[in-house]
Design a protein around this ligand. Structure first.
Ligand code: UFG
Length: 323
C-alpha cells in the first residue's frame, strides 16, 4: 500500500516507516522536523517537509501522493508541557489533525491509523484497562488525543472514514537503526541509560509510597517493534475503532532500573524523589482486543530484551541523533 505517514522523523514514526518499507509498502513521510530528527527519516521513504498546522501544505501533499492510507504520528507528546502550554497541544494535535483529515476527505482517502494514548483514560477505574474504560484525560495532551479520536469517529459515521485508534502504553526499546531521542528527555528508560553512559550521576525514583507491590509506579512497557507491527496489521486488516497496545504486564520503576543494571553492568545509583504530579499508580493494558481482532501479540515483551535493544542504540548514539 502507499502510506502517507506524518511524524516519520520521530521515535515511533521512524521505526514504523522502517518496518513498512521492509514489508514492501511505499511510504511518504510528512514532517516539519520541529521535534523530530532529519537523521531519523528512512532514506527509502519519500520525504515532504511540511507542517500540519498549515492547511494548504498538507492538502497539497495529500493531493500529490494520493495514498491508500494515512498513519498519523506527528504530535506533541509531553504531559508536563501540556499543563503549561495547553494551546500548543490543541493547535498542533487537534487543528493539525483536522487539517490532515480534511485533506484525506478531499482526496477520498478513508483509512487512518492514529497514534492515540492510554493518557486518554486518565486515572483508570479498573486495571488492566480495556478499551471500554471511561476516557477522562487528566491533562491537555490526553485531551487533545481524545478530541481527535472523537473527530474521526464522526467522520467515520458521516463520511465513511475508517479510523483506527491505537492507544499506546509506554513505548520503549529501539531497532538497530532508530531509537529514542527526545529533548527534553522525560522517559524512564532513556534517563536510566544516561546514568549507565556516564552522562548523569543518578536516576530519580518519583515516589515509593504508591499502592503497588514495591511502592513504585507500574507501567506497561511495550517494545517499539511490537508497536510498529500492530500499526501494519491495523493498516492491512479491514478494521476500525480503538485498540490498546500493551503487554498486559506491569513493571515497576524499581524493576526497570534493576533490569538496566543487569543489562549494562553499571551500578546505576538511584535516589528517591517526591511523586511526580499526575502519575497514576498503575497503567496496564488489557490488550485482548488487539490479539483477537488484529492477531497481534507482543513478541519482545521481556524487560531485558527491551532494555538491551535500547542500550545498544544509546551506546551507538550516545548523543542521540545529534552525534
Ligand atoms: N519515572 C521516574 N523517574 C524518572 C522518570 C520517570 O521514577 O526520571 C517514573 C514515572 O514517575 C513513571 C514511570 O517512571 O511512574 C514511567 O514514566 P515515563 O515518563 O517514562 O512514562 P509515563 O508513564 O509518564 O508516560 C507515558 C507516555 C506518555 C503518556 C503517559 C500516559 O510516555 O506519552 O504514559 O500516562 F501520556
Amino acid at each position: 500500500m502507499r502510506v502517507f505517514l506524518t511524524g516519520g522523523a520521530g521515535y515511533i514514526g521512524s521505526v514504523t516507516s522502517e518496518l513498512l518499507l521492509n514489508e514492501g509498502h511505499e511510504v511518504t513521510i510528512f514532517d516539519n522536523l520541529g521535534r523530530g530528527h532529519r537523521e531519523a527519516i528512512e532514506p527509502r521513504a519519500d520525504f515532504i517537509e511540511g507542517d500540519l498546522r498549515d492547511k494548504d501544505s498538507v492538502a497539497d501533499a495529500m493531493a500529490k501522493v494520493k495514498p491508500d492510507a494515512v498513519m498519523h504520528f506527528a504530535a506533541y507528546a509531553l504531559v508536563g508541557e501540556s499543563m503549561v502550554q495547553p494551546e500548543i497541544y490543541f493547535r498542533n494535535n487537534v487543528v493539525g489533525g483536522i487539517n490532515l483529515a480534511e485533506a484525506m476527505l478531499a482526496n477520498n482517502v478513508q483509512k487512518i491509523v492514529f497514534s492515540s494514548t492510554c493518557a486518554t483514560y486518565g486515572q483508570p477505574e479498573r486495571v488492566p484497562i480495556t478499551e471500554d474504560e471511561p476516557q477522562r484525560p487528566q491533562n491537555p495532551y490526553g485531551e487533545s488525543k481524545l478530541m481527535f479520536e472523537h473527530t474521526l469517529k464522526w467522520y467515520q459515521e458521516l463520511h465513511g472514514m475508517k479510523p483506527v485508534f491505537l492507544r499506546y502504553f509506554n513505548a520503549c526499546g529501539a531497532t538497530e537503526t532508530y531509537g529514542e531521542d527526545h529533548d527534553p528527555e522525560t522517559h524512564l528508560i532513556p534517563l536510566v541509560l544516561r546514568v549507565a553512559l556516564g552522562q548523569r550521576e543518578s536516576v530519580k525514583i518519583f515516589g515509593d509510597d504508591y499502592d503497588t507491590p514495591d511502592g513504585t509506579c507500574l507501567r506497561d512497557y511495550i517494545h517499539i517493534v511490537d508497536l510498529a507491527r500492530a500499526h501494519i496489521l491495523a493498516l492491512e486488516k479491514d478494521v476500525s475503532g480503538p485498540f490498546n497496545l500493551g503487554t498486559g504486564t506491569g513493571n515497576s520503576v524499581l524493576e526497570v532500573i534493576e533490569a538496566c543494571r543487569e543489562v549494562t553492568g553499571h551500578p546505576i545509583p538511584a535516589e528517591l524523589a517526591p511523586r511526580r504530579p499526575g502519575d497514576p499508580a498503575r497503567l496496564v493494558a488489557g490488550a485482548e482486543k488487539a490479539e483477537t481482532i488484529l492477531g497481534w501479540k507482543p513478541k519482545l515483551a521481556d524487560m531485558h530484551t527491551i532494555v538491551a535493544s535500547a542500550w545498544k542504540w544509546h551506546q551507538a548514539h550516545p548523543n542521540g541523533y545529534g552525534a
